[in-house]
Design a protein around this ligand. Sequence first.
Ligand SMILES: *Cc1c(COP(=O)(O)O)cnc(C)c1O
Length: 430
Amino acid sequence: MNRTKSNELYRKAVKLFPGGVNSPVRAFQSVQGNPVFIEKGYGSKITDVDNNDYIDYCCSWGPIILGHANPIIVSAVKTAIDKGMSFGAPTAYENELAQLILDNHSYIEKIRFVSSGTEAVMSAIRLARGATGKNKIIKFDGCYHGHADHLLVNAGSGLATFGTSSSAGVPEAFANETIVLPLNNKEVVKKAFDNYENDIACIIIEPLPANNGLLIQDKDYLDFLREITAVNDSLLIFDEVINGFRIGFEGAAGLYNIQPDILTYGKIIGGGMPVGAYGASAEIMSNIAPEGGVYQAGTLSGNPVAMAAGIAQLKECLKSGFYEALEEKTEYLTSRIESYAIEKGYEFRFQKIASIFWISFSYNQDIKTADGIDASSMDKFSILHSELLERGIYIGPSGYEVSFLSSAHSKGDLDHTIQAFKESLDILFA
Ligand SMILES: *Cc1c(COP(=O)(O)O)cnc(C)c1O
């Protein structure tokens, strides 16, 4: 494929932005080549500036669950935009999206809209601290919660110790308030509650960790987290920014039938526009300003154009059979590629749930912890990524990232993708 214009734009972008991008994962640092500049997208396909078409499994890292430029969303956005883009005063659009969510979701009673997933999580943590009067938080190695200071923290040495900051610019004093533990291990959680009795404000977890591989957790483990937080007057936060409204309308809370104290959303909730949200019981949410003492605000929060996109998208998600059809597509795609890998003896499997799948260069399909992922397998991913790209298949440029299907992916798209995978795997394992 000829990518002359993409390469040209990238050369210019490097002079404009750090690393040539406005979010690190868009850089092709861990794979071969330069980022592809996208001109447009319709349905399941995106077209780059050199006029190459790709079937898209990145879907803007999740939000595009109806495919690109979905006519229903585009029309809703056009109607809203014609009436003005932002007022800094309430609009009926905010009520409508909130009502749509709360009427169809049994795990939250009140919601607050923000503009990104990071903002939602940052606000949820402040809420947990404000509501409990406690300071420390527990997070897990292998979960991503956006780029707020106290969440850019890695596990320190030894278990149940303080974390160390994973980014320059994060003071160790902040990192000291975050305890980072391995997933799928009850003992270390118990130990943390013993060590910091009465000072753990919350546990935050991606109930279906999908930012560092797809590390599907057991219900029993999540039930345990629910239990231990309740017993210790600590809150449980489900960060559902990536799987909320994707694996089902009620996300992982619905799938596992677990009531967390606070839930966070992003990605799908805005229909491709910048929207995040956090929600909880009316009682917990009463801590938020102006009702309560936990301050959180946003000039563009609840933006009418973004709300209109979210309303249009979520209404489609609520149609009967929507999620079932997506899951069938995932199954169709992954099972055929996997059978081929098994037949050929390739060390290649998928970990998958609903419309999310992750490529794993392992025979083990039940990896549950971050350290279960073999870092050296990323070399294989890099080759697979570029072979797929050459065959018109676009997946996110990192082997730690998951892929997504949309309702716009057709059987023809899936068959084309299966063929491209087979050819690429043959080259990789030759
Ligand atoms: C994407 C993501 C975030 C951050 O959301 P942004 O909109 O990128 O700020 C936080 N938590 C999870 C689980 C995510 O997947």
